[in-house]
Design a binder for this molecule. Sequence first.
Ligand SMILES: Nc1ccn([C@@H]2O[C@H](COP(=O)(O)OP(=O)(O)OP(=O)(O)O)[C@@H](O)[C@H]2O)c(=O)n1
Ligand SMILES: C[C@](O)(CO)[C@H](O)COP(=O)(O)O
Length: 225
Amino acid sequence: MKTAAILVAAGSSARMKSGGASKTMMEIGGEPVLSRTLRAFENAACISKIVIVARACDFDAIQKASAFVTKPLTITEGGKERQDSVSNGAALCGDAEYIAVHDAARPFITPEEIETVCADAEKYGAATLAVPVKDTIKVAAADGTVCATPERSTLRAIQTPQVFRLSLYKEALCLAKNAGKQYTDDCQLIEAAGGKVYLTPGDYKNIKITTPEDLLVAEAFAAEK
Ligand SMILES: Nc1ccn([C@@H]2O[C@H](COP(=O)(O)OP(=O)(O)OP(=O)(O)O)[C@@H](O)[C@H]2O)c(=O)n1
Ligand SMILES: C[C@](O)(CO)[C@H](O)COP(=O)(O)O
């Protein structure tokens, strides 16, 4: 099967409080976050091409950070919302049967994890990496009190890659657009369209770099290797 990776890196990094600098271009262990992410996709045999979706102001830096990539690589501009960025990337994947959508801000993804979730998507049509939630989660009511406590054993924290048959993703995107919906998680597109998404067991190290303290954890993971 032909699978194109879409690495989304066009966010505003607001929660990183980096003064507008993209968190995907920050260095961890002396290397840009994006380069680490790219290396995993370069080394995953199931990935035939890579599309990076980014802000135009980062294009030059991205070209330098991706110079080692030997697979066909395209860099394109993102949109206002994450769903728009993924959609821009998917528009350039016409020759692929599957797309593997990944947050560029998850640099500790491994080629093995990519292979596993892609194999599950081939079986089920849609699959995402996921890990059991470690904390007790409560649903908050508008008045600040607890509304409900879902059973922890049923909960999963969703990661990326999220891999979809391209035709399935396109149909689901069309339905979401017609309904005026914007999802920050692409599996929700498939769920809303009535499709099933397989939960492939992932690894707790596949963190998304979101807030400044995540950089400390990331430096510790980078130092391990
Ligand atoms: N319009 C957007 C929004 C997000 N992303 C990407 O989606 C991934 C996950 O999103 P998130 O962690 O929320 O990134 P940001 O939107 O940059 O973060 P924040 O919400 O703190 O601004 C990131 O790699 C980010 O660059 C994107 O490509 N286009
Ligand atoms: C796609 C995602 O990484 C799944 O966990 C997540 O939804 C990204 O966006 P968020 O805005 O940080 O939830």
